[in-house]
Each structure stands twice: as C-alpha cells, then as structure tokens.
Design a protein around this ligand. Sequence first.
Ligand SMILES: C[S@@+](CC[C@H](N)C(=O)[O-])C[C@H]1O[C@@H](n2cnc3c(N)ncnc32)[C@H](O)[C@@H]1O
Length: 343
Amino acid sequence: MTGSGNEFDMARTDTSSHKLSDAFGNTYSNGGNEGAGGASRDRGKPAGTDPIDAVDAPSSRSGLNSPGAVKDLTKESESYTHGHHESVLRSHRRRTAANSAAFLLPHLLSDMTLLDVGCGPGTVTVDLAERLTQGSVVGVDASDDVLESARGLADAHGTKNISFEHANAYELPFEDDSFDVVFAHQLLQHLSDPVAALREMKRVAKPGGFVAVRDADYDAMTWYPESAELTEWNMLYHEVTHAYGFEPDAGRRLASWVRDAGFDPATIEPGASVWCYATPDDRTWWGGLWAERCTQSNFAVQAKDSALADDVALEQLAQGWREWAAAPDGWFAVLNGEVLARA
Ligand SMILES: C[S@@+](CC[C@H](N)C(=O)[O-])C[C@H]1O[C@@H](n2cnc3c(N)ncnc32)[C@H](O)[C@@H]1O
C-alpha cells in the first residue's frame, strides 16, 4: 500500500506547467515558475479565481463556481468536511496501525496509555489497543454516530483495553499529563485552529510523552492517467475546505504547526509516507468511494451550500472518478505528512 511517488510528482509538475483545456471548457495554467508551494497551490486554477478577485465573480466553469462564498465559522460550529456517509466510512475502515501509524509503532511499549483524537470508526484505534496489551487506549471523536461504530468494532474484536468518548479536540476532557501517547490521524486538516488542538494534545500528554500526528496533503496528491475531472475535483476540494476555514494541504504544515504549538523543536521528528492505490481492487475501492463522496457525502452538501458546484458538475466529477477507477493503468498516490514530538 505504500511506495514512492517521486517520478509521478515530477511528471505531473511538468504536465501542469502547460496550459490545459479540460472537459469543462476552461484553460488552466499553473502560474509559471514560482517556488514549490506557490506553483503547486495555483496548479490548474483558472485565471482570476484568487480569493481577492473571486468574490461574486461569475464562473466560466459550468456548474463549478468561484470561491466567493466564504463562511465565517467559529471553532464551535465548524463542520467536518466529509461527514460520515457510508462512502467516507468505507475509506476510514481500511486504515490500520500499519498503514496509518507506522511512524509511531517503533516507539510503542506494551504498557503505554494512548489517546486517539478524532478516532473516527476506530480501526486504527482498535489496532493500536491490540498492540498495547498491558496498556490502554481511549478514542475520542466529536461524532456520536461514529463512536457507536467504533465501540461496535472493539466489541467485535473482543478488545477490552479500549474505551470511546465524545470529546472536542479543542477541549479534551482529561487532566494534564494523562497519556504516554497522544495521536491524531487525519484530524488537523479538518480543524480551523490546528495549533490550538496541538496545544491541547500536548497538555494531556505526559511530560516527555509522544504526540504523533499524520495528515494528507491534497495538493501533493498525484495520479495517472491525467483526468480533467480529477483536477477539477482537487481544485473544488481546496475551495470547499478553504471556504469552511480548513487547510487541505495539512501534511506539509504539520511540523510548522507543532512548532507553533510550543513543542521543543529538538524533539520534533518530521516525515512523510504514501498511500498508493493502483491494483484493480484498490482502484475500485478508492475511485468508487470518491465517486460516491462527490455526490452523496457532506463534501457535496458543502460544495453546493457554498455555491461552488451544482449537482450536474458534481456528477461529472463522480464520472471522472469512475473512469479513473476503470483505467487498467490507473495509479493514485496520497502523500501524508507526519510528525512525532515530545510533550
Ligand atoms: C478524517 S476522519 C479520521 C478518523 C480516524 N482518525 C481515521 O484515520 O480513520 C476525522 C475525524 O475527526 C473528527 N473530528 C472533526 N473535528 C473534531 C473535533 N473538533 N474534535 C474531535 N473530533 C473531531 C470527525 O468526526 C472524524 O471522525
């Protein structure tokens, strides 16, 4: 499931330096030879959609509008982009400690206590608990529905050293210095103030204990064959998450956020790893679930509520995902940033 995406990153960068006409009739340019961050961030953006000139600007993309409807959401009211539609849970349920927390595993001792913040349906959480045979694990999440699913999974596995609680990552209901390890997987990208959450994670970790975080970086995702619809999907995902105050390119920022949260820089171990989907089964699973997510998940609702896309455009993106999944040479890599630090 893992591998290096370097040669494909280069191929895509090269491709994106050319103007590209997509199925929606738009011509894109990546904005020339800017530094890595700037060039990649603007990759494929239609001219004139920078936030400063985008407000109320009519879109040239059919059914896909410019990001003008920026919401003013507070931390208390922020809304998890994906929601917990079955297509989202199908993605999360594939996750294991091995494919999602490999950077942490060498540091675990069997008697440790671990907190998993934003545990979702708990597949990684349960897996970690099964490794901490003399220790214990608590999973917390802001969604009661997903916590029920996590409890069901732990019961089905007969995992006894685990509990799940409703909690907000910004206000963890634990004393200072409670856990040997505080872990968050694919959470910080969904928070408007990831540094505040990291401070809270640091607070509940024991002095010298581990805080471990891992998040995808959407702008660093890369795929083959080229697909105008997947390029549109990636742009729309950025627009929707930015409209709601979140950072989809979290992976590259984790080390910076951890520093800002007050961790000793000498203890920070930054890194990265990749999920790669290219086998027929993986393509069917990944392409199929994103096709559904484009039309049926909270992402679709937020895209429409923000007036960034309509049903017709979302269905075109879904069709692009189905076509990618059906391509026998289809390949998709998700770059994940990861950081291990000491509280
Ligand atoms: C992308 S999912 C990751 C789930 C799990 N860690 C995994 O990797 O399978 C993000 C989870 O964070 C939860 N979440 C979002 N905002 C939260 C908050 N403020 N406090 C606690 N959990 C939150 C969501 O409900 C969702 O289950």
